[in-house]
Write a protein that binds this ligand. Sequence first.
Ligand SMILES: [Zn+2]
Ligand SMILES: [Zn+2]
Length: 480
Amino acid sequence: MVYIIDEDKTSSTSMPYVPTPLDLPTPVIERKTTPITEQMASRFQASKEEEEDFIKNNYVARTLLNEPQLPPVTWSNWYKHVNWPQATLLCLEPFVALYGLFTTAFMWQTVVFTIIWYFLTGFGITAGYHRLFAHRSYEAKTPLKYLLLVLAAGSVQGSAQWWARGHRAHHRYTDTDLDPYSAHKGIFYSHIGWLIFKPRRKPGVADITDLSRDKTVQWQHHHYLTLAFFMAFVFPTLLCGLLWGDYRGGYFFAGVLRLVFVHHSTFCVNSLAHYLGDAPFDDRHTPRDHFITALVTLGEGYHNFHHEFPSDYRNALKWFQYDPTKNLIQFFKRIGLASNLKEFPQNEIQKGRYTMVRKALNQFGRTITWPKGDEELPLISYEEYQDLAKKDDGRVLVLIAGFIHDVSNFIDSHPGGRALIRSYVGKDATVAFYGGVHDHNTAAHNMLAMMRVAVCRYGGEVEHLKRRLGHIQTPTPIFA
Ligand SMILES: [Zn+2]
Ligand SMILES: [Zn+2]
C-alpha cells in the first residue's frame, strides 16, 4: 500500500478522524539502497553505452539515424513535394461528386446500387486487402481472391501488393517515422496528407514475399490501372445505364460519389481509429476502439484490438459491436470459399484487458490516501501501550489487530456508542471489533486503519485466548 503524505488530504475538514502521531521514534529499517547520486551517475554511464548499443541493434533507430529524410514540407516548397496524380484525384473527386449531386436526377435504382457498390468495393479493401492479403487472417479460395482483388481495385487505393506493404509497415513501426501514416504526425497527415505529399522517407522494411509469390496478387498488380478505372467508373456507369438507363447517375453517384465515401472510409482507419476512443488492450500506442470509427469503416474501428491481435480475422469481439467484415468472412467460410479463420486465444486477449484494467485501478488507487503501514509507525510493547492508554493526555488508545489506534477524534461519532470504546481503552479489542461485539463493515475497517499511531510488538494479546491459555504476563502473539 502507498501512503501519500499530503497535508491537504489529512486536514481536519477532509478526514476528521485522523489522529496526531505519537511522539515516538519509528523503527529504522535498513534497506540496501544505492544513493541516488550514484544511481544517476551509473545510469548516465550506462545510458551512453546503452544508447549506442540500442541504435546498433534497433532497426528503427538505426534507419532513422542513417537514412536522412527529405526536407520538411513548408509554405515555400510544398508544390515541389506534392504527389500531383494522387493529390489531383483526391482533391478533385469531392467537387466532381458535388457537381453531379446538384445536376443529376435521382433514380432509386441508382441510389440502391450506389450503396451496394460502396459496400462491395469497401469490403474488397477490408476483407480483401486488409484482413486477407495484409494480415493473412484467413485463407481464401482462388475465385474469392480474384473477386476481392477486382472489387478492391474499384476503391482506387493502389494494388493489393502496394497497399499491404505499407500496411505491414504501419503495424510493424506504429507511431514511428517508419510508419507510412504515423498518427504522431497529426490527423490530417495520417488521414490524407501522406497521400497528397511525397513521403519524407521510405516506409520501414516489411516482408511481402508471400504476396510476390501469389499469382492472384501479381495479376492484380500488373493490371491495376485498367482494373481500377473499369471497376471504379466504367462498370457502375454501364450497369446503371444498360439496366435502367441512368448512365449519368451511374457515373456521378455509383462511381465518383461512392469513391469519395470509400476513400475517406478507409482513410479513417489511419486517422480516426488512431485518435478516437479507448484502449482496452494496450495504451502504449495510438490505436483506439470506437463504435463511430467502426460504423464508418465497415467494422475496422476496433483498432486497438486489431493492432494487438492483427492476425485475428475479427476486429470486434462482442456480438453487439459493428463488424460486418467479420460477418462476411464467416459467410465466406460457410459457403466454402474461406477457411482457417484465425482467432487469438481468448486467454491471451483477456490478459490485455486485465493489464489495462489493473493500470486504471492503480491510477485510481494513487488518488486515495492509504493508511500508514507498520514500517511507518513506532513499535511499542503491550505494556507500553497500556501505560500510554492510562495517561491523561486526551488521547483514547485502542489496540485492534496489532495496531494501536488513537480514536479520540472519532469516539463521539462511534455508532455503537462512546462507552463501548471506552471499555476497551488499554485492552486488545481485536475480537470485539472483528465480530465479538459487532462485525464491522469494510468502511469501518478502512476508517479505523487511518487512526493507526503505533504497532504493538507481537501483535497484542487477545483477551479470550489469554484467559483460555492461562496467560497472565506474556502476550499472545497474533503474528510474529
Ligand atoms: Zn492502425
Ligand atoms: Zn491492419
